[in-house]
Design a protein around this ligand. Structure first.
Ligand code: ADP
Ligand code: ZN
Length: 721
């Protein structure tokens, strides 16, 4: 068959079965490659959409697709999700009772299944292998493929033998997928699975929908409670370093009325399973966990991940925060960063016996500190650590959203460069700073470094500030820290340009006692309808003993509550609404939406219908303003009001603003007419960190200064801003 036809089939499946309109980057190419019978290796971050890459070919190809996964706990969930889309899928693992297992094998043998999820040890059992030979196999997918490598962090001995499959079934295409593989692991995986010939698909590891935030750790409980206020009813994970902290924090959150539960390796397995299950079913909202939690939790609608303590390394930070926002919706990763934690980890590292390992640990810690203290875009630092370059600052991290002040640091950079050069690139950052600051320490004298030209030249800048400067210069690529030589600082080629090119080196001003405030606007969806839909989803899920997200994703519910389709045709255009779900649940959804619209016919036009209660945000009004109000209440328009008083229209609007701020009702929605909804929507969606003038500028409808302030006053008074 020619590619065009495969393409058509793939799109049709994407649309009819999964209810999505577009493929994500790489998905299409991967799917086409398998449909053409070729092997593939896929490296894609969590949430990138790996599943569809094998699900669609498995459905379209003749025979059954075999999916090997080590994560037994996820299989039911995946199969439920597929079944809800009308796909014939099943799983075969040790959690099944004998009778169920038999049933699954029977339907597999009769060729009824599109997909069969199998645990590796089951797959390789003699009896199952025999079955494999007699049933038509469409393809193999090896999920979490890094488990095959000893280099990976999650080596599974059962995985090693999977390489045999490639030889036993030379004509069946095989797809290996993972979200975690450095170069080293990747080579190892392809070799062991005999996929050297396979085409390699490597997606960007950026997770644009995750907003990275770092806050100085002061009163963690209070900070976390405040943060949670921004995420009412959302699911999230909070990581702590020790079991004790996990338990304390979970109890404290429960005391504050949050449906939180602890999770750590010291708990009995059954309790842990239960906690995990309740979390998947949205009954527990917040999991407080040690790093033991995560692998094997495939919940797409985790809205936030908080690090109460310093993560072990950038790799683990990336992995742990990556559990947020798999569904692609806006999510946040907050890290509470305290110097106490750094010192604790330092002490732990000092106790590591093996010097080589100690060096690696120090390097990891420094990477983490570099991220936490970054004054440049955090996403840049994060991706840079993995060797991926981000051209522009991301606009969705705390540094981008509230940029620190910058200044011309060319001279300081020159000074640092001369010092590093004088030290021949043999000494670490702390030592460089000591020399620059003219420290009297013995080591410097022993080396005779108090004779260097740069010695003491930077004495007027304190050590913390120097640290910040040097770290930034490292992030900007002027220096590197050589980990094989105790993180010695070396100048790079780029450093040759310092002070020569005439281009100033702009650095971010060091701010002790960081940091930026978290603030957000409310979401733009119809919350009331959304909550009703969540309720319906919970019912449907309970009826069928599935996780709610397997019935509908948050994306689907969000779209439904925004667009409020009132017929089947409208429904079918909602993301995630495949034909099967439409048939199964469409009527119930329409019922809820219609009921909602009937109860609040004007709900679509925001606050237009009912008079909202205003909250006073400013002082009581003066006589002039009060007079304007009396004319307003007589029904005068702004123009009439202005003409009547012989004042300008903008003065009348200014009076309106004061009136609203004093909690007097002015019908602002009516003033803006049909532009109102658009304006409110855009303000809802506005970047919460942008300045007011930027927000105003970006509105698609032009407003005068007074009109803009009127809107903002209104938003404040009704409590959305
Ligand atoms: P991964 O396995 O890579 O972590 P998943 O396969 O679980 O990611 O996909 C993450 C989420 O993205 C799921 O909710 C999935 O339904 C959704 N998704 C995948 N592909 C698409 C697409 N083309 N359009 C819309 N949503 C998608
Ligand atoms: Zn950024």
């Amino acid at each position: 068959m020619i590619t065009e036809q495969y393409k058509e089939q793939a799109y049709k499946a994407l649309h009819d079965i999964f209810g999505y309109s577009e493929f994500r980057p790489m998905q299409e190419d991967i799917i086409l490659s398998l449909l053409e019978g070729k092997d593939a290796f896929v490296l894609m971050p969590t949430g990138g959409g790996k599943s569809i890459c094998y699900q669609i070919p498995a459905i379209l190809r003749e025979g059954t697709g075999i999916v090997v996964s080590p994560l037994i706990s996820l299989m039911k969930d995946q199969v439920d999700s597929l079944t809800a889309c009308g796909v014939r899928a099943a799983y075969y693992n040790s959690s099944l009772k004998a009778a169920q297992a038999k049933e699954v094998l029977a339907s597999f043998a009769s060729g009824e299944l599109d997909l069969l999820y199998v645990a590796p040890e089951r797959l390789l059992s003699k009896s199952f292998m025999q079955k494999l030979e007699s049933v038509k196999i469409g393809m193999f997918a090896i999920d979490e493929a890094h488990c095959v490598s000893q280099w990976g962090h999650d080596f599974r001995p059962e995985y090693v033998r999977l390489g045999e499959l490639r030889e036993m079934f030379p004509d069946v295409p095989m797809l290996a997928l993972t979200a975690t593989a450095d170069e080293h692991t990747r080579e190892d995986v392809t070799k062991r699975l005999k996929l050297e010939e396979a085409e390699c698909f490597v997606a960007s590891f950026d997770r644009p929908n995750i907003r990275y935030l770092v806050a100085e750790k002061r009163q963690p409980l209070t900070q976390i409670l405040q943060f949670l206020e921004c995420w009412p009813n959302a699911s999230g994970v909070i990581y702590c370093l020790s079991r004790k902290r996990v338990e304390d924090l979970a109890v404290n959150l429960q005391r504050h009325g949050i449906r939180a539960a602890a999770y750590h390796a010291g708990m009995p397995g059954r309790t842990r399973d239960k906690v995990q299950d309740e979390f998947l079913r949205d009954r527990i909202k917040v999991i407080v966990a040690t790093i033991a939690f995560g692998m094997g939790v495939d919940k797409p609608n985790v809205r936030f991940v908080i690090h109460h303590d310093l993560p072990k390394s950038i790799e683990s930070y990336y992995q742990e925060t990556g559990r947020a926002g798999r569904d692609g919706l806006e999510s946040e990763a907050l890290m509470l960063y305290g110097s106490g934690d750094v010192n604790l980890v330092r002490r732990l590292i000092e106790n590591v016996e093996n010097p080589e390992q100690r060096r690696v640990e120090v390097h990891k810690l420094n990477g983490m500190i570099g991220f936490a203290e970054a004054l440049t875009c955090r996403r840049k630092v994060l991706l840079g650590y993995f060797g991926e370059e981000l051209e522009e600052p991301c606009g969705n991290c705390d540094v981008c959203l509230d940029p620190p002040e910058t200044y011309d640091a060319t001279e300081l950079a020159e000074l640092a460069l001369s010092c590093v050069r004088e030290l021949n690139g043999d000494f670490g950052m702390g030592y460089v700073i000591d020399v620059l600051r003219g420290s009297k320490n013995a080591r410097i004298r022993e080396h005779g470094h108090d004779q260097l030209k740069s010695y003491g030249k930077g004495a007027d800048i304190n050590a913390d500030e120097w640290m910040s400067i040097l770290r930034q210069l490292v992030h900007h690529g002027y220096f590197v820290q050589d980990i094989s030589r105790r993180a010695a600082m070396k100048a790079t080629r780029k450093a040759e340009k310092i002070g020569v090119s005439g281009e100033p080196i702009m650095l971010a001003r060091y701010k002790p006692g960081i940091r930026r405030q978290l603030k957000r606007f409310g979401a733009a969806k119809d919350e009331v309808l959304y909550n009703k839909l969540v309720e319906l989803r919970q019912q449907l899920a309970d009826d069928e003993d599935m996780a709610p997200h397997a019935v509908f994703s948050d994306v689907t519910l969000t779209e439904l509550s925004r667009i409020k389709p009132q017929d089947e045709d409208g429904l079918s255009r909602i993301s995630g609404m495949g034909q099967h779900k439409l048939d199964a649940y469409g009527e119930r959804l329409l019922e809820v939406i219609r009921e909602h619209l009937a109860a609040a016919p004007d709900a679509e036009s925001g606050a237009k219908s009912d008079i909202p209660k205003l909250i006073a945000k400013g002082p009581p009004v003066n006589d002039n303003q009060s007079y304007t109000y009396s004319l307003y209440k007589k029904g005068m328009s702004v123009q009439e009001n202005a003409a009547h008083q012989g004042i300008s229209e903008s003065t009348v609007l200014n009076h309106y603003i004061a009136l609203i701020r004093a909690a007097h009702f002015i019908d602002v929605p009516a003033y803006f007419g049909d532009k109102f909804d658009t304006l409110m929507q855009e303000l809802d969606d506005a970047d919460p960190y942008a300045s007011l003038s930027e927000i105003k500028r970006d509105l698609s409808i032009e407003t005068s200064n007074e009109e803009f302030r009127l809107l903002m006053a209104w938003r404040e008074a009704i409590g959305v801003a």
